[in-house]
Ligand binder design. Structure first.
Ligand SMILES: Cc1cc2nc3c(=O)[nH]c(=O)nc-3n(C[C@H](O)[C@H](O)[C@H](O)COP(=O)(O)OP(=O)(O)OC[C@H]3O[C@@H](n4cnc5c(N)ncnc54)[C@H](O)[C@@H]3O)c2cc1C
Length: 391
């Protein structure tokens, strides 16, 4: 069994969780609030996670990573969120390299993975979404045309998060026109773009201000020249390579949502015990208790699905349905817990200093990204239940 797929049985999950919690304790609410106000990047937090090796959890030991299981990686992301921190600043460093690991050549892996594992190189930007095609990935318009030993890239991406804080970009672009392919999923290719070399010579990055602090951007490619050796795998097969990485992304983000839900539930429970109105703790009223209890039950159910998806993933088994359901259920659980927590806090939930409104904004994203809820439902309807294809 590959290192990255090792069974969780060999790992001390409790110890991993405790180490993550200890690290996160150094980055309390004040730290995140200050960044949120300025829409600034949590550089020190990301550096601390990198130094501790947490972001290299899924990179095999032979490339300098920790070679942990998906269960352990999910536990890391969950603990970050449950501590009130925001793993979205760097979660992609953990899983974007999966495309390179699974489909890259031996030479590409030897060249890039050790530096990604040490954090010397950041591969945490992932350029798939485009403004015109949106969820319809196969309709994307960015092109890569082969010219000698280079590909020339033209087009635009949107919502490429962390591009300003990444050295490398995993880019999906069209190498064969849609009309010229027989299978509609053919004709797209994946490139590892070294943005350090490309800035000012064919790539420009424009930040997008969003409702939460997410360092997301728009990218414009104007005759960007990428060495042909940076093509991952076979030309024209890129969509499959990207899809194969999506299960890992879904599971890890689902784990983050579980962490968020745990944070909201703990925060609401604590407040409901302390806040005295009408001469008794508000948590003594069943009207306040029941939404907290319901959020807890919903979170626990989603947590089981995240565990099931991670176990299938690390056993090397098909887990598309479970990974998608984990993401759907966990994102719903975190959003329900967020709403409950805000309501439990009354007016104070809206005050910045309680951190509830910040986490509320942050967790809302997962209804839409990295895949929106409707698209997951559509996947389940068509691929699991056999209902007719709708698009
Ligand atoms: C903060 C943020 C960070 C992001 N980071 C990245 C990133 O790093 N890299 C990247 O590539 N992308 C990223 N994304 C993009 C994200 O994956 C997309 O926003 C998401 O997949 C939805 O695509 P869209 O925004 O184009 O919505 P659209 O595709 O325009 O859809 C709009 C709405 O219509 C619904 N819809 C569309 N078609 C159907 C249908 N056939 N049936 C039912 N409902 C439908 C959708 O569910 C959605 O609710 C990010 C987005 C955000 C907001």
């Amino acid at each position: 069994m590959a290192q990255a797929e090792r069974s969780a049985a060999n790992e001390d999950l409790a110890q991993i969780r405790e180490s993550v919690r200890a690290l996160c304790a150094k980055f309390p609410g004040e730290y995140w609030r200050a960044l949120d106000r300025e829409r600034a990047y949590p550089t020190e937090f990301v550096a601390a996670l990198t130094q501790a090796g947490f972001l290299a959890a899924l990179i095999p030991e032979e490339y300098g990573g920790s070679g942990l299981s998906m269960t352990a990686a999910a536990a890391i992301m969950e603990e970050i969120q449950a501590s009130g921190c925001n793993g979205a600043a760097c979660h992609a460093q953990m899983y974007t390299m999966g495309t390179l690991l699974r489909h890259g050549s031996a030479a590409q892996k030897a060249r890039w993975l050790p530096a990604i594992a040490s954090g010397e190189l950041r591969l945490q930007a992932f350029g798939v979404t485009e403004p015109t095609s949106g969820s319809d990935t196969l309709n994307l318009r960015t092109t890569a045309v082969r010219e000698g030993d280079h590909y020339v890239i033209n087009g635009q991406k949107i919502w490429t998060s962390r591009a300003e804080h990444s050295d490398l970009l995993l880019l999906l672009a069209r190498t064969t026109p849609r009309e010229a392919v027989t299978r509609r999923s053919d004709g797209l290719s994946v490139f590892l773009v070294d943005m350090r070399l490309a800035q000012g010579t064919g790539i420009s990055i424009s930040p997008i201000r969003t409702m939460m602090n997410h360092a997301t951007t728009e990218l414009f490619f104007d005759d960007l020249r990428v060495p042909a050796e940076n093509l991952i795998g076979e030309e024209g097969q890129g969509f499959r390579y990207i899809l194969s990485g999506m299960n890992a992304e879904r599971i890890l983000i689902a784990a983050e949502c579980i962490g968020d839900a745990k944070w909201f539930i703990a925060k609401a429970t604590g407040y409901a015990k302390e806040r005295i109105v009408f001469g008794r703790p508000i948590g003594q009223n069943q009207g306040v208790q029941f939404p907290i209890a319901r959020a807890y039950a919903q979170m626990r159910a989603a947590e089981l699905m995240v565990g099931a998806a991670a176990a299938l993933y690390e056993a090397g088994r098909e887990c598309g349905a479970e990974a998608n359901m984990a993401k759907l259920l966990a994102a719903d659980a975190s959003w329900a817990a967020a709403d409950m927590c805000l309501q439990t806090h009354g007016g104070f939930g809206f005050a910045e200093e309680f951190d509830v409104e910040r986490k509320f904004r942050e967790t809302r994203l997962y209804q839409t990204a990295p895949i929106s809820t409707n698209l997951i439902l559509s996947y389940l309807a068509e691929h699991v239940l056999g209902l007719p294809r709708s698009y």
